[in-house]
Design a protein around this ligand. Structure first.
Ligand SMILES: Nc1nc2c(ncn2[C@@H]2O[C@H](COP(=O)(O)OP(=O)(O)OP(=O)(O)O)[C@@H](O)[C@H]2O)c(=O)[nH]1
Ligand SMILES: [Mg+2]
Length: 371
């Protein structure tokens, strides 16, 4: 594990290592306070130069890592330019990491599980970074920040770094920021990356496309209907974890695990050469949590040996380029002044049944192409 040499001491050992994102307007620079009072309310920081961010991240400076993430989260063109320079320089500096996505029904115990797993991993010498993809977080204030109390130990752990979900914008925008945050984590030497996602549809697909191993956390007692989790999410999981297998719930959890095993038997595994299994844990007692990490390690070994691990990462990068281009084209198209005018007219005509949708789309694309 090629970890970077870094200062393991937090800048303020008593402060929780939870970093705020951009508050207020999305101009990007940390206008307002972050969780640990890193910026006094209302202060605006000067934009650092690319080498300052690069050196800061590489030396393991937690404050500069947090600021580099804030920079890449910015939508402002000037910030984006510096951000891309920073990311390009850091790309070859990334350590070898394991990226794990964690999803599941609300309240399944994902955050509690991450707390126990994360502290277990730092005790074994890993450096653990945690973030989330939560497209609703601009409304809720961010699931991880809201959950800070569930990750109290990990938040205070000098070998862990917790960053809430980027806020605002489309799911695509949030996913872009999370992917780039992962790159920064890896350049800073974090070799285990945990990405929590809220169990709502599309965000799981996004997280699956940026991690190596995808974990679905479920609960016992909700029958076989997979608890509102769509079958599609089960199909992209590399393991199902039945959590809260403790106390009076233990036998129900065991039964649920067997039920899920049966379901999995009929599904095609998410990863070539790997059999998706169902496991038990109690994040409350810690039982089964590090066993699940053993499953992840086995997965990494098998898929690295077979080449599936590397191929998936390469495919993920390629697909990402494609989706960035699609999003960029769509933005260009929609912000074209002639297009939006003509769109309004054509939509009416389509609604009145005067022209077919295909002809309307063709006219719009022709107009766009002419410029
Ligand atoms: N008995 C028991 N309670 C648990 C366990 N894991 C979590 N809890 C409790 O379940 C509640 C929800 O836990 P969280 O870790 O916040 O769950 P989550 O999946 O992150 O929730 P959201 O992020 O809101 O979807 C908390 O009250 C936890 O203390 C467990 O293994 N056993
Ligand atoms: Mg949570």
């Amino acid at each position: 594990m090629s970890k970077k040499d870094k200062d393991k001491q937090p800048e303020n050992p008593s402060a929780l290592n939870v970093r705020g994102g951009v508050t207020g307007g999305h101009d990007g620079m940390p206008g307002n306070s972050s969780a640990n009072g890193e910026d006094a309310p209302g202060t605006r920081r000067r934009l650092l130069s690319a080498p300052e961010y690069i050196d800061g991240v590489l030396s393991g400076d937690r404050v500069l890592l947090a600021r580099a993430i804030t920079l890449i989260e910015s939508n402002a063109a000037a910030h984006q330019e510096v951000a891309q320079e920073v990311l390009t320089a850091l790309l070859p500096e990334r350590c070898e990491s394991t990226r794990v996505g964690i999803t599941g029904v609300p309240g399944a115990g994902k955050s509690t599980f991450i707390e126990v797993l994360g502290t277990g991993l730092t005790a074994r010498g890993h450096e653990v970074a945690v973030t989330a993809v939560d497209p609703s977080s601009s409304l809720t204030g961010g699931s991880i920040l809201g959950d800070k109390t569930r990750m109290e130990k990990l938040a205070a752990d000098p070998n862990a770094f917790i960053r809430p979900s980027p806020t605002g914008g489309t799911l695509g925008g949030v996913a872009r920021k999370t992917r780039e945050t992962i790159m920064l984590f890896e350049a800073a030497g974090y070799d285990v990356i945990l990405v929590e996602t809220v169990g709502v549809g599309q965000s799981e697909i996004q997280v699956r496309s940026m991690v190596d191993f995808f974990l679905l956390v479920l609960l016992a007692g909700a029958g076989d209907e997979l608890q509102g989790i769509k079958k599609g999410v089960v199909e992209i999981a590399d393991a199902i974890l039945v959590n809260k297998a403790d106390g009076a719930n233990l036998s129900a959890a065991r039964a649920a695990r067997s039920g899920f095993e049966r379901v999995l038997h009929y599904l095609r595994p998410a990863t070539e050469g790997w059999t998706t299994g169902a496991h038990l844990s109690s994040a409350a007692t810690g039982d089964g949590v590090m066993d699940l990490w053993g499953v992840v390690e086995k997965f990494v070994k098998i898929t690295r040996d077979s080449g599936v691990f590397g191929r998936r990462r390469t495919d993920q990068e390629k697909l990402w380029v494609g989706s960035l281009v699609s999003e960029g084209l769509e933005d260009l198209f929609r912000s074209h002044p002639g297009v939006s005018e003509l769109m309004a007219v054509l939509e009416q005509q389509v609604a009145r049944g005067e022209i077919p949708a295909t002809a309307a789309a063709r006219k719009l694309l022709d107009l766009f192409r002419k410029d």
